[in-house]
Ligand binder design. Structure first.
Ligand code: ADP
Length: 230
């Protein structure tokens, strides 16, 4: 099956004082279009760094990241931004909403960047889909964690991404909100065939994806299909 994402011998090092810290060490895997995948592992194992490299938010030190036939390491910053805007949705661990913009304005930003028309109507439609149309004119500081996460999901969905990356999408949420957020994300996979790549500590969430990659010390220690129960 055609891959939407492929990593070939990817390593990432950071400078720490005069030492070189290897955070990802020779990581390779491919994700077929429409698949669902979780990346799990202890804190500090490199999960967030890996997600950032896959989504073109950061660059690898060596190796290749190919996303929808684009070799990310060969692209300049503008080209990378264009690929992100065209194919990728990203749900950040701490939402990363712009504090000076209202909920609807946060969702409108990527639509405006794409030069779309009727952006307000489309942003409203998305806020409605995630169940917070009535909070559209609130600023992030006036919203609960769950509401902010919904805005960040609406923003991630707005470009109809081929692939959605989510970093601990349920990390800061209570059980009930978390369940709703998880159904929203999986609905996108079912309805639009969006590929899902999740980083999570939540074993129940990981078990809902088709495959689990386990990272430890920056290396893949297992990469297995999940036995799906539902
Ligand atoms: P995880 O998401 O699994 O908790 P991270 O990817 O956040 O792990 O971090 C992996 C390691 O890389 C940690 O030791 C972290 O301190 C280090 N690290 C992450 N980003 C940077 C950076 N920008 N500079 C230096 N070290 C970093």
């Amino acid at each position: 099956m055609e891959s939407i994402l492929s990593l070939q011998q990817v390593s990432k090092t950071f400078k720490s004082g005069n030492r070189l810290l290897t955070v990802l060490d020779n990581v390779s895997f491919s994700v077929p279009k429409g698949a669902t995948l979780s990346i799990v592992g202890p804190s500090g194992s490199g999960k967030t760094t890996l997600l950032g490299l896959c989504a073109g938010l950061d660059r690898c030190s060596s190796g290749r990241v190919v996303l929808q036939n684009n070799h990310l390491e060969k692209l300049n910053e503008d080209q990378l931004a264009a690929v992100r805007n065209k194919y990728i949705g990203f749900i950040f661990q701490n939402f990363q909403l712009m504090p000076t913009l209202t909920a609807i304005e946060n969702v409108m930003v990527p639509l405006e960047l794409r030069g779309e028309k009727k952006v307000r109507a489309r942003a409203m439609e998305l806020l409605d889909k995630v169940g917070i149309a009535d909070r559209s004119h609130h600023y992030p500081a006036q919203l609960s964690g769950g509401e902010q996460q919904r805005v960040s999901i609406a923003r991630a969905f707005c470009n109809r991404p081929g692939i959605l990356f989510a970093d601990e999408p349920t990390g800061n949420l209570d059980a009930e909100t978390s369940e709703k957020i998880v159904s929203l994300i999986f609905d996108l996979n079912k309805e639009a065939g969006t590929t899902l790549v999740l980083v999570t500590h939540d074993g129940d969430l990981a078990a809902k994806t088709q495959r689990i990659i386990h990272l430890k010390g920056g290396k893949i220690v297992s990469d297995k299909p999940t036995i799906l129960t539902a």
